[in-house]
Design a protein around this ligand. Structure first.
Ligand SMILES: [Zn+2]
Ligand SMILES: [Zn+2]
Length: 303
């Protein structure tokens, strides 16, 4: 493992916390200057980002703490609580945007000049956009659903501001006031998709979802490579627990092999599977290939 991988992912959560504090500061200052209530509510919205980032930090810290007696399989699954919360917050943001847009559709009012408020919002969005790109990149590299969820959360803020600017621009050039809430509703729909996807994946993770099909195929290939050595397998089961991967498989070998020979072979097979992805834990179970009893234990429950 390189030192880069061993470094805590918490540093990305700190980046997100810094971004939230910066945007809160920006909007609070603008509120003090203008006295605009809209900016105050914007600042309050950024507090949600701060809370989410702190939860992400705590989740990453807990997830990285080593396995102990109480949690012998590690603590990585705590990551799904953080990503689930982010999904729920994204849905709440979508509901708020859609509600405000419906109000504007039903009770059209001339759009007030936003001036400084708009400038501050765009500046905050640029901060969020930059940090979101960093988080989403790291999420991919380290396969972290916590960072992915926080990155998407920040992106919803970016899309919201982009929608506001696009709506104002459209109204300015066409004179059609209803275009602004329509754009906002479009943004809300886009955000709902992101939120639902995060909630689904978090729930699926808590239910011990198997690895994606391509990862399972890669493991099957690694196992098949030992067939010429006389090793077959069955009962391959995988699960993704946050950033940790669990693989369990039965290895069938000639019953005449010594325990030592069988175990040496199992060690080689386990190493080959571990090589496929970082933080992979492999459990094997050795069985004599010619014994019918070896084939009656492939499901979760015994026949
Ligand atoms: Zn062993
Ligand atoms: Zn078996």
């Amino acid at each position: 493992m390189s030192t880069g991988e061993a470094r805590s992912l918490a540093r990305f959560a700190w980046l997100s916390i810094a971004a939230a504090i910066a945007t809160i500061g920006l909007k609070t200052t603008a509120w003090h200057i203008t006295g605009s209530v809209g900016l105050l509510s914007d600042a309050l919205e950024s507090i949600v980002n701060l809370v989410a980032a702190v939860v992400a930090l705590l989740a990453l810290r807990v997830a990285e703490s080593p396995a102990d007696e109480e949690h012998a399989h590690g603590h990585e699954k705590v990551e799904y609580f953080s990503s689930g919360l982010e999904g729920a917050l994204i849905l709440a943001a979508a509901a708020a945007i859609a509600f405000a847009a419906m109000q504007r559709l039903l009770h059209p009012a001339p759009i007030e000049a936003l001036g400084l408020g708009l400038v501050v919002n765009v500046a905050a969005s640029i901060i969020n956009l930059v940090v979101a790109r960093v988080l989403l990149g790291a999420a991919k590299r380290y396969r972290s659903i916590v960072l992915e969820a926080d990155g998407h959360h920040l992106m919803t803020d970016v899309w919201t501001s982009a929608g506001v600017v696009a709506g104002l621009g459209l109204v300015h050039f066409t004179g059609l006031a209803w275009l602004d809430p329509i754009v906002a509703i479009g943004v809300a729909c886009n955000i709902v998709v992101t939120g639902v996807r995060l909630l689904k994946r978090s729930g699926s993770g808590l239910l011990d979802a198997s690895l994606p099909a391509e990862s399972v195929v890669a493991i099957e290939h690694a196992l098949a490579a030992f067939r010429p050595d006389g090793v077959a397998y069955h009962a391959l089961k995988t699960r993704q627990a946050g950033t940790r991967t669990f693989v369990s498989v039965h290895l069938l070998m000639p019953g005449s092999w010594t325990v030592k020979r069988g175990h040496d072979m199992a060690e080689r097979v386990e190493a080959a599977i571990r090589e496929l992805a970082p933080k992979t834990t492999v459990f094997t179970h050795l069985e004599p290939i010619e014994d019918p009893a070896s084939y009656e234990d492939q499901g979760l429950d015994r026949k």
